[in-house]
Design a protein around this ligand. Structure first.
Ligand code: NVA
Length: 243
C-alpha cells in the first residue's frame, strides 16, 4: 500500500542517464525538477555528497560503502522500543568495521552511548570516522568477548558487504571466532537484545539459535525501517518537526 500519500519511483542506472556517463551533478539538477526528494544507494560515498551538493531537494543516503545511516535510525528505534533508551547502554558491534559500524560510531558521537567494536585486524572501521571529535565513547578491540561482556545490544552484520562478494572465502577465514553464538551472548546482560540489519547468514556471522532465539529483535528492527524512513521523509519533505 502507499503510505503518507507518497509515490516512489525506482530508478536503476539503466533508467537514468547516470548509466550512460552523465555527470552526477547534471542528474541531480534534472531530478530535482521532477521529485520532492531523492534516496540513493550506491558504493562510493562521494557520489552521494556530489548528488546532495547539486540537488535542490533533500537527498537521503540509502547506503554507501562508508555509511548506512537509515539502518542505524531503525536500529536506534528498536533499542528505544525494547530497552527504553540508549542512554547509559553499552552497544557491541562484532564483525566487520563496515558502513554499519561507521554509522554506529556517528550515532555514538551524536547520542553519547558506549560503543565497543570488535573486529579482526585489517577490518577496522573508517579511521577518520573513529577520530572524529565529539562526545562519543567508542573503543575498537580485537576480542569479541570484550565487546559482548556486559553489553545491552549485540550487533553484527554480514562479513562480506555488497560489492565484496568475491572476498567471501578470504573473509570467512579472517572472521573466524567472530560468530555471534550463544556463548558470546551469555557474556552480555541478561536483558540484552540481538540486532542484525539483514540479510543474515546463519552459521557465519550469527548462529541460528541467536538470530531465531528469544533475545533477537531482528524482525522489529526490519519493520522499523519502514517507520523510521517515513518519519525521515515527513521531516525532510513534509514539514514535520523533529522530536
Ligand atoms: N554492510 C551491509 C549492509 C546490508 C544492509 C552491506 O553494505 O551490504
Amino acid at each position: 500500500t502507499w503510505q503518507l500519500g507518497g509515490h516512489a519511483l525506482f530508478l536503476s542506472p539503466r533508467d537514468v542517464q547516470l548509466g550512460r556517463g552523465e555527470p552526477i551533478a547534471d542528474t541531480a539538477r534534472v531530478l530535482s525538477r521532477y521529485v520532492d526528494g531523492i534516496m540513493i544507494r550506491t558504493f562510493a560515498h562521494a557520489e552521494v555528497e556530489e548528488l546532495a551538493r547539486y540537488a535542490s531537494v533533500p537527498v537521503i543516503n540509502g547506503l554507501t560503502d562508508l555509511l548506512h545511516p537509515c539502518q542505524i535510525l531503525a536500529d536506534l528505534l528498536t533499542v528505544k522500543q525494547h530497552l527504553g533508551t540508549w542512554e547509559g547502554k553499552k552497544i557491541a558491534w562484532i564483525g566487520d568495521g563496515n558502513n554499519m559500524a561507521n554509522s554506529w560510531i556517528n550515532a555514538s558521537y551524536r547520542l553519547g552511548f558506549e560503543l565497543v567494536i570488535a573486529c579482526p585486524p585489517g577490518y577496522d572501521p573508517d579511521p577518520a570516522t573513529v577520530k572524529r571529535e565529539g562526545g562519543a565513547h567508542v573503543k575498537v578491540v580485537r576480542d569479541p568477548r570484550e565487546a559482548a561482556r556486559g553489553a545491552d545490544v549485540v550487533n553484527t552484520d554480514v562479513w562480506a558487504s555488497m560489492g565484496q562478494e568475491e572476498e567471501q572465502a578470504k573473509r570467512e577465514v579472517a572472521f573466524e571466532g567472530f560468530e555471534v553464538d550463544q556463548s558470546l551472548m551469555s557474556l552480555a546482560n541478561k536483558s540484552a537484545i540481538f540486532l542484525h540489519c539483514l540479510p543474515a547468514h546463519r552459521g557465519e556471522e550469527v548462529a541460528a539459535d541467536v538470530i531465531d532465539g528469544p533475545q533477537s529483535r531482528v524482525w522489529d528492527e526490519a519493520e522499523n525501517r519502514l517507520h523510521v524512513q517515513k518519519a525521515l521523509m515527513a521531516v525532510l519533505m513534509g514539514g514535520e518537526a523533529l522530536g
